[in-house]
Design a binder for this molecule. Structure first.
Ligand SMILES: [Zn+2]
Length: 440
């Protein structure tokens, strides 16, 4: 049966949960039909959450438990998800209005819903990378970073190494931040292994939000991701299906959805990390050890190139070596059409010098000669409504102090961003392929 038809089948999935000491365990059971809906997803799957320091798992409002269940199960559900505990009428109505592909039901809808508190306490879904450290740097000092530690399984080989991120957490604790590390194995629900939905990383923060009295959860989502400029064209994020799903769903469980650096490009988050003392606590590479990035991955390639630009120096020799030797970097440069976050490479290659003929050809591919990218240095005011109103003014002032605001001309350049893989780009790509001896 073709994938397109599978969601038409009558598959029902049931989700249940149990608190067990310091852990919270969810079980997804599906009826036989659902197995074929998602290849690799079996008849029963479990996933759990655990405080890494083994403190007892706190009480969680039933609607928030249900949201966490949804965020981890949506891709696997055929037509119906049955929540095996009572939730509120408001949550059930909102989730069914927002997620039309499946029917969400519950054993009862008789629980009181949960309102957003007024507490002055905010969470940040934290990764240890430049974007989340930049977000933390412009959020109120009371912000509590929540790091989702990916549980290792012996049977699964992964290049991911959490050491650097855990070191970031330790450093932030020393600086006085209340940092939460919660371990989970939800990425193993999927085959191949991966997050079920992109915001599933925030489920740890949602689960402790009630005990910590958080008003909202923030993400280190940057301008390129929110406003589409990592891809083919600019979009208004608050009109996108992503925003129109998640913001009201968070709201339905009494939580704000906040994107403090949605008006800041990857260039801007790097500038904030270079100039703010908190910047010391970040590391982009998630494969190397602390202060010993792998220098082979795509993140390292972008970071090295961008740093050369920001420091106005020659490109490091290993940028060229990585193009030659790293399969991952080559694949991104040659097979992504266009390259994701290509604009950041344009910025970086315009402002760094040297590198030889391969780098020059890459400069040509990413239009380093004729694109204006200085908007990436500054904050985009069109993102202000994506920042939690409780700290919006505070954050905007911080952003203006560190980056300044885009001019009208720069906003125009941003909003007219386009990067399609047309015939011209194909020609430029062939030149690069020729230099790298890519077989035709
Ligand atoms: Zn790396």
């Amino acid at each position: 049966m073709r994938a397109g038809n599978l969601s038409q089948r009558g598959g029902k999935m049931i989700v249940s949960h149990v608190f067990s000491g310091n852990s919270l365990l969810f079980t997804l059971s599906s009826e036989p039909e659902d197995k074929s809906h998602y290849p690799g997803f079996g008849g029963s799957r479990r996933f759990k959450y655990r405080y890494s320091d083994d403190s007892p798992f706190p009480h969680v409002h039933p609607d928030r438990l249900a949201l966490v269940a949804l965020m981890n199960s949506i891709p696997f559900v055929g037509t119906r998800l049955q929540i095996d505990w009572p939730v509120s009428e408001r949550f059930l109505t909102a989730s069914n209005e927002l997620i039309s592909r499946i029917k969400i039901t519950s054993v009862a809808a008789n629980q009181p819903h949960i309102e957003r508190p007024i507490s002055g306490r905010f969470a940040l879904s934290f990764s240890g990378g430049a974007d989340s450290v930049a977000a933390l740097a412009v959020m109120p000092h009371s912000t509590e970073p929540v790091f989702m530690l990916r549980e290792k399984k012996q049977w699964h080989r992964s290049l991911y190494d959490s050491e650097a991120a855990e070191e970031s957490c330790r450093m932030l604790r020393k600086l006085g931040f209340k940092v939460h590390i919660i371990e989970s194995d939800f990425e193993y629900l999927r085959d191949p292994v991966g997050f079920p939905t992109d915001l599933a990383v925030a489920t740890s923060a949602i689960l402790i939000a009630e005990s910590r009295n958080f008003e909202s959860i923030a993400f280190g989502t940057i301008l390129e991701s929110a406003f589409g400029t990592s891809g083919e064209s600019y979009r208004e994020y608050n009109q996108s299906s992503h925003f129109r799903l998640w913001s009201p769903l968070f709201d339905a469980v009494g939580l704000g959805y906040s994107l403090p650096v949605a008006g800041v490009s990857e260039v801007g988050t790097a500038i904030i990390c270079n100039t703010n003392p908190l910047g010391e606590t970040h590391q982009s590479c998630i494969r190397g050890k602390w202060e010993a990035p792998c220098n082979r991955c795509w993140k390292c390639f972008r970071k090295n190139t961008l740093m050369a630009a920001l420091e106005g120096r020659e490109l490091p020799e290993n940028s060229e070596i990585m193009i030659d030797k790293s399969k991952e970097v080559r694949k991104k440069l040659l097979e992504d059409k266009p390259i994701r976050h290509e604009g950041v490479l344009t910025y970086a290659l315009q402002r760094s010098f040297g590198g030889g003929p391969v780098i020059d050809s890459l400069r040509n591919l990413v239009r380093a000669g004729n694109l204006r990218t200085d908007w990436m240095n500054h904050w985009y005011p069109g993102s202000s409504d994506l920042i939690d109103p409780s700290y919006r003014e505070f954050t905007i002032e911080k952003l203006l102090n560190s980056l300044g605001e885009m001019s009208a001309e720069q906003i125009n350049d941003l909003q007219n961003w386009e990067n399609y893989h047309d015939n011209f780009r194909e020609e430029r790509l062939s030149t690069l392929e020729g230099l790298l001896n890519v077989p035709k």
